[in-house]
Design a binder for this molecule. Sequence first.
Ligand code: FES
Length: 361
Amino acid sequence: MAGTVRHLARPMWQAAGRLSTPLLPDDFLAVVDPLWSARWPAGRVEAVRAETADATTLMVRAGRGWSGYRAAGQYVPLGLGIDGVLHWRTYSITTPPDGSGRFAITVRAVPGGRVSSYLAHRVRPGKILRLGPGQGEFILPDPPPARLLFLTGGIGITPVAAMLRALTRRSGRRPDTVLVHSAPDADRVVFGGELRDMAARKGWLRLYEHHTRGEGRLDLARLDALCPDWRVRESWACGPEGLLAFAERAWRDADVRDQLHLERFRPPPVAASGGGSGGRVCFTRSGVEAEARPATSLLDIGEAAGVVMPSGCRMGICHSCVSPLSAGRVRDLRTGEVHGEPGDLIQTCVSAACGPVHIDL
Ligand code: FES
């Protein structure tokens, strides 16, 4: 049926456009089936599969307006309606691109996280999600380097799972690949069964699980023992901030920092020094005021206070959260820079209050 609509004769389509102004025919199609809309790309959840107690995979079929993604390891902005409010988040795509318009994401419920909990525990097949274009540079090059190391922790396995699945689909010689994955225990390893099976069957992949409950945090001595030649491998790291900070330090100290690719799900924290003081935040249009700590984003402050905040990636990439600053100064949580003049558009997801702040929201 979608194919029929796509091939409507052009004059007929233009006539429909004139008759329906100011709404476009596309807007009516979106009401009939959101997957037909080209203006508002959307996808439908086709299947839901539990991975661990708190992580769930959603198989999504994208509609005709979605531009897709180009490489394993990229992420997708995803809009989810909950109680009439559209919330945007980004999630790594866990399947390599295959041109089918279908892809998977795997979501772990974050304690207190409304969107992640909804996706991990409450979404059922048939749910419609808004989609942004696949994006990101944390990707597997084609062809891949000869020796790879993936260093992942917790849900940070998701973009790397897409890369490993892409490698299994390649024909010919695969790269010599090491995966060092850190999780609290064996039961909490997302895709644990698949990864172990892959390592057992594929001669090119070695898997080392590091369980923090028994062994503590991963350190350099452990990495040296698990993968002695890590300094000469092209490496990708994704996971909690502690793991990424460890990786950055170790690769920099070994003078091979340019061989390390990092993916953060949150902007790196900066010290609360450099003029950061927090302060009282006034959301002027909502008539809401809240006290902000120096290292908490204005986006988090607003949401906690009940303000409807525009948002997307929550890490300073997509600019969905930009909002006008009416008064005060803010600190960029990524760089520590203090800035802001009345009328400036600020990214609330990576900005903290630096004294009293007024935002036009
Ligand atoms: S939510 Fe994406 S830049 Fe702020």
